[in-house]
Design a protein around this ligand. Structure first.
Ligand SMILES: [Zn+2]
Length: 201
């Protein structure tokens, strides 16, 4: 695992396509400026994704350097976001961290860490994804409410992915958890300030 020190911009899954878009000047900084290639971050290994050498890019306007993180990954987590999301779904359905760890073939302590981190963020994630759901589908009905905010947040992430598919079709289709990674800039499980809704067209 590598600690990414630079601000992160979430990009697509296809490394070749990301490289092409970066070189064509099609990737934008959160400030609105254009991003240019700026070397690479350190190689990291993500289980379920493989070895990655994240691209660095520099903004021509604000001069900030960004790490381009694929939506299949979360910041500072060594597992693909879909694996982590599978654990969150099982927890929301009532499983404990040990059976989940056995099912996924991951250490119990690792799974417990994901569940705790998500639980710690669940309140603000629920708010972020509720706002996104209303943006994606203003006519959406109220989602079923659960006894816990954890399951509410998990359900809203799935609801947002379904709404995005209805609205955007298969173009740009990502899994619910890749959508969650993109919306939170890879910070789904990170402690700290609330993730802002980012522009994830
Ligand atoms: Zn910028």
């Amino acid at each position: 695992m590598v600690l990414l020190e630079a601000p992160v911009v979430m990009v697509g899954r296809d490394v070749v396509e990301v490289e092409r878009r970066l070189r064509a000047g099609e990737l934008a900084c959160p400030c609105g400026g254009g991003l240019m290639p700026w070397g690479h971050a350190r190689r990291r290994s993500v289980r379920g994704v493989g070895d990655l050498r994240p691209r660095r890019a520099r903004c021509g306007s604000c001069l900030v350097t960004h790490v381009l993180l694929a939506v299949s990954c979360l910041l500072r987590r060594a597992d693909a976001v879909d694996v982590i999301g599978a654990a969150l779904l099982m927890k929301a359905a009532g499983s404990g961290h040990r059976p989940i760890a056995t099912r996924l073939g991951r250490p119990a302590s690792t799974v417990r860490g994901w569940l705790r981190a998500f639980a710690g963020n669940a309140e603000r994630l629920r708010a972020v994804f509720m706002a996104l759901l209303v943006q994606l589908d203003p006519l959406t009905g109220p989602l079923p409410s659960h006894p816990g905010v954890f399951a509410d947040a998990v359900e809203l992430i799935g609801g947002c992915a379904a709404a995005a598919r209805r609205r955007l079709g298969v173009v740009g289709a990502v899994s619910p958890w890749e959508l969650a990674a993109a919306v939170t800039n890879g910070l789904l499980l990170a402690a700290g300030p609330a993730p802002e809704l980012s522009n994830t067209n």
